[in-house]
Design a protein around this ligand. Structure first.
Ligand SMILES: NC(=O)c1ccc[n+]([C@@H]2O[C@H](COP(=O)([O-])OP(=O)(O)OC[C@H]3O[C@@H](n4cnc5c(N)ncnc54)[C@H](OP(=O)(O)O)[C@@H]3O)[C@@H](O)[C@H]2O)c1
Length: 331
């Protein structure tokens, strides 16, 4: 690149006293040199833009639903993916069904990420096997209780929301414990391994993706106040972590994905023998502008984007088929 305009170069070249220096300048700016005739088209290839080959990833809740979609997106494209959950059989089944004949690897680890000592053990385990962690997907989450919010009187609304025996302070704090503080503890525990990522991966900055939800954005409670409040907290926690990490000059990006409705054990109540869940398409024909629930490829595409885009930091990316457009966002 040059700091000179064409006019300035022409003027410089007309000064004969400075001939030798100017000749070399002319060569430098010449458009016919091989260096200038090459272009950077190769950088635009999909396998360059979304390159996760050889990257080490950890996905919590990788045994079902959105975590499994992310596991496949990364492992099929060459990443070594550790999947974490409380139920070992689910994780083993995922490794068995999806871990064969792919470019990457799927490695199960049973752990409860709502416990600080288990997070510590997880870090030690990864540290003993890997030089760094490139991608941390804090995906595990729970939703415990649903309520009838529609009511014709104050008494009825109060009875629905207050008298419901499952709606307790404990239920609220259990939901919060799994959906919010674990994002903080997982991210802060893995900082040194995440920071090491750019030294071992051609400047690829270590990246954290928190799974929040459109539930933390829309103004409706969707019949689960506690869950939606926890997801709003997850979105703000993502911004705070991204900010503090950046303030300290660390090479780690923190973003969040806010999915709309995707099939999972949470939304379909079960999964099949391949750990996949199903929601009838018609169920969302009228409820979402896309007229359907999200699919594997919708989430896979978003995860690859969030993991690889080196210029994305502190953001929440909604992947919701237009759900927020129709439901309306809160403040
Ligand atoms: N599906 C959707 O429509 C949707 C929309 C927006 C956001 N989300 C978010 O997406 C994330 C994944 O949920 P999902 O919908 O895919 O449901 P899911 O199929 O139930 O997946 C959640 C996973 O998290 C694991 N998990 C839960 N608590 C854990 C803990 N304490 N330690 C370790 N693992 C734990 C579960 O496995 P174990 O029970 O075996 O531990 C399970 O595999 C959640 O954060 C959810 O809030 C989902």
């Amino acid at each position: 690149m040059t700091d000179f305009t064409a006019y300035e170069v022409k003027k410089l070249l007309s000064i004969t006293a400075a001939q030798p220096r100017l000749l070399s300048l002319k060569n430098h700016f010449s458009t016919s040199t091989p260096a200038m005739s090459q272009n950077n088209n190769a950088d635009f290839k999909l396998d360059k833009l979304f390159d996760v080959k050889g990257k080490v990833a950890l996905i919590t809740g990788g045994g079902s639903g959105i975590g499994l979609m992310a596991t496949q997106a990364l492992a099929v494209n060459g990443a070594k993916v550790y999947i974490v959950g409380r139920t070992e059989e689910k994780l083993e089944r995922v490794a068995e069904v999806y871990g064969k004949d792919i470019a990457g690897e799927i490695i199960p680890i049973a752990a409860d990420i709502s416990k600080k000592d288990e997070i510590k053990k997880l870090v030690e385990h990864i540290k003993s096997r890997e030089k760094c962690l490139c991608i941390l997907f804090n995906n595990a989450g729970i939703s415990i209780n649903t309520q009838q919010t529609e009511a014709k009187s104050a008494e009825e609304m109060s009875a629905n929301l207050f008298d419901d025996e499952n709606e307790t302070f404990e239920m609220w704090t259990d939901t919060y414990r799994t959906n919010v503080p674990q994002l903080y503890f997982m991210t802060t525990a893995f900082l040194p391994l995440l920071q090491a990522a750019h030294q071992h991966n051609d400047n690829f900055s270590g990246t954290v993706i928190n799974n929040s939800s459109i539930s933390g954005i829309v103004k409706t409670s969707q019949h689960h106040f506690a869950y939606n409040a926890s997801k709003a907290a997850a979105i703000h926690l993502t911004s705070m972590l991204a900010n503090e990490i950046t303030q300290n000059g660390l090479r780690i990006r923190v973003n969040s994905v806010a999915p709309g409705v995707f099939p999972s054990e949470m939304t379909a109540s079960e999964s099949d023998d391949k750990q996949k869940s199903h929601i009838p398409r018609e169920k969302y024909a009228e409820k979402v502008p896309a007229s359907r629930p999200g699919e594997d490829r919708d989430m896979a595409n978003a995860i690859l984007f969030l993991a690889t885009n080196q210029y994305l930091n502190g953001q929440t990316v909604a992947v919701d088929g237009g759900y927020i457009l129709s439901a309306g966002s809160g403040p």
